[in-house]
Design a protein around this ligand. Structure first.
Ligand SMILES: [Zn+2]
Length: 164
């Protein structure tokens, strides 16, 4: 397959689970345990970020999600468009937000960064490719429509386009 602008390649849905790599937006050094993010309060313990409360004396360092938000550098993009989307916009965006809330409760690094209007719909940006994929799959499960993925593996950026 030929690379597209920005290093994106089309990706079949069934390839996604093998292809998506874990967030490469990590500290360039090994984090102390426990470490608490001063922005959102997430705690890094036993190799993962959780919403557990931090023991006193925890180190402080921004989590990868807060880093991305601070740098305005999303790694997931879900575009939503089409007449059906325009008609049911509020209901559909509510599904997107509910999905994020559910994921974020378990996985502190899975967050929506922004929901922005575009010429023909909206783009939802996320701090993690997995959340972008899960939102796109949730839309497709709920409403069908057309869904495709483009992935830039080098930079771990996922673009999902859903339309109906
Ligand atoms: Zn944080």
């Amino acid at each position: 397959m030929k690379a597209e602008r920005g290093g994106f390649r089309p990706l079949r849905r069934e390839q996604l689970f093998q292809e998506l790599v874990h967030d490469s937006y990590k500290a360039g050094h090994k984090l102390h345990e426990p470490t608490r993010c001063p922005e959102c309060g997430a705690v890094f313990q036993k190799g993962r970020w959780t919403w557990a409360s931090a023991p006193s004396g925890a180190h402080e360092e921004k989590c990868p999600a807060c880093h991305r938000i601070h740098d305005k550098f999303p790694c997931g993009f879900v575009s939503l468009k089409g007449d059906f989307f325009r008609d049911k916009r509020e209901q559909i965006l509510q599904l997107v937000k509910n999905h994020e809330a559910k994921e974020k409760a378990e996985h502190p690094l899975q967050r929506i960064m922004k929901i922005e209007d575009t010429e023909d719909g909206v783009v939802v940006t996320t701090t993690d490719t997995h959340l972008a994929r899960d939102i796109a799959e949730a839309l497709h499960n709920a409403y069908k429509g057309d869904l495709d993925y483009h992935y830039n593996k080098e930079d771990n950026l996922l673009r999902a386009s859903w339309s109906r």
